[in-house]
Ligand binder design. Structure first.
Ligand SMILES: [Zn+2]
Ligand SMILES: [Zn+2]
Length: 393
């Protein structure tokens, strides 16, 4: 495999083949898909596919820069998909795709089968969007892919068949402004004296995060994937715009925040009970407040942007500040300044962190015990984004 992940520690960014990637787990990705594709007021399924195709088109154009020959270009696309943790795709005869492509493993099937094993309809629309981008960027072929069998429906492999394409050829995401300055956070004094945040960030950043021979990344008791930031931002921006147009903007925001809150709970609960946590971070922690600071430090290695705990009243409230959260950067790049705070993922995760550290009961019972609000947002003109999570009323 020829890819590496470059870490920009000062800005809390991860870069692969020239694109910014964001680590999230299979719970978050499959729930986000369900929230967007499942929305009935808008054509969520088309929005999800369009975001996958457009974001991958840009990512693959950058990744194939200087690579020539159709076989090499096609193979590099599949290798990148596998490296980033989405699964392993291949053409059955090992040649270029003429009729079908199969997936031997799928990050999204892992997510759906963990939560809704009874579902049997195909779940890999994200992979179909990727394949459409890859066929176009690598081979100059504008085609559609449809998943006709899926491991979620107990098929031995997911199967994508080529179809003639009716619409225009895939296009990369258009940006209204050049990439924003993306300033790093200024260093501040340690919030909790015993918790060495820099050491945690450095250790987690240096972990080898790459798809295994199935194209999956099992780590911290979850399956991680390095998602192109452009995908999350495009999906969120276009979904919220469509929901606003349908008169349901508030519901759309609530949906995405709840997905992130549950993700915060699941992912960080997996992280907190992992061998990696026990070895590195647990020895620094003497109480739940230390754990909170440790968890936020871990998240600074995930590519979300740099954010810090500013105030923590144990059991009551948490104030976090993000200098360059990926959602604010994406909003500025794709749409321009926003009238209101727009970082729904970080808002939801703020609540999820409090649910996890100070909530009671099972993971499921903790959802909603805390609620978070973004008071200031970089995309709405503030210097940074600020989140306050408090006990829910
Ligand atoms: Zn599938
Ligand atoms: Zn924001």
């Amino acid at each position: 495999m020829t890819f590496t992940t470059d870490i920009d520690v000062a800005r809390s960014r991860r870069l692969v083949a020239g694109s910014s990637v964001i680590l999230h787990c299979h719970h978050y990705n499959s729930r986000l898909q369900k929230a967007i594709e499942g929305a009935t007021a808008v054509d969520g399924r088309s929005l999800w596919m369009a975001s996958a195709e457009a974001s991958w088109t840009g990512v693959l154009l950058r990744a194939l820069d200087g690579v020539s020959g159709p076989h090499e270009r096609w193979q590099r696309c599949l290798e990148l998909y596998q490296f980033l943790g989405f699964g392993r795709l291949q053409v059955p005869d090992g040649e270029l795709p003429e009729t079908k492509v199969v997936a031997l493993a799928s990050h999204f099937v892992e997510g759906w089968s963990a939560r809704e094993p009874e579902r049997t309809e195909p779940v890999c629309s994200f992979a179909a969007g990727f394949l459409q981008a890859a066929a176009w960027v690598a081979l100059g072929r504008a085609v559609s892919f449809e998943e006709v069998a899926c491991q979620q429906g107990r098929a031995p492999a997911c199967e994508f068949v080529l179809r003639p394409r009716t619409g225009p050829a895939p296009r990369p995401i258009e940006q209204v402004v050049a990439r924003a300055g993306d300033a790093p956070m200024k260093p501040i004094a340690p919030v909790r004296p015993g918790v060495d945040e820099g050491k945690i960030v450095a250790a987690v950043s240096s972990m080898p995060i790459a798809g295994d021979d199935r194209g999956l990344i099992p780590a911290f008791n979850v399956f991680l994937a390095s998602m192109p930031a452009d995908f999350y931002n495009h999906a969120s921006v276009t979904f919220l715009a469509a929901m606003r147009e349908a008169g349901m903007g508030a519901l759309g925001r609530r949906l995405l925040m709840q997905v992130a809150e549950i993700c915060g709970l699941n992912t960080f609960s997996g992280i907190r009970s992992s061998a990696e946590w026990d070895a590195l971070i647990a020895p620094m922690c003497h109480d739940p407040a230390d754990e909170m600071v440790g968890l936020v430090a871990v998240s600074n290695a995930l590519g979300w942007g740099s954010w810090r705990v500013m105030d923590l009243v144990p059991g009551e409230s948490l104030r976090l500040v993000a200098g360059n959260g990926y959602e604010a950067e994406g909003q500025l790049e794709l749409v321009g300044p926003s009238l209101e705070p727009c970082c729904v993922m970080l808002t939801g995760v703020s609540a999820g962190l409090m649910d996890l550290v100070y909530g009671t009961g099972s993971v499921r019972e903790r959802v909603g015990q805390f609620a978070a609000v973004e008071h200031r947002c970089r995309a709405a003109g503030a210097e940074c984004c600020e989140f306050l999570a408090e006990e829910a009323a």
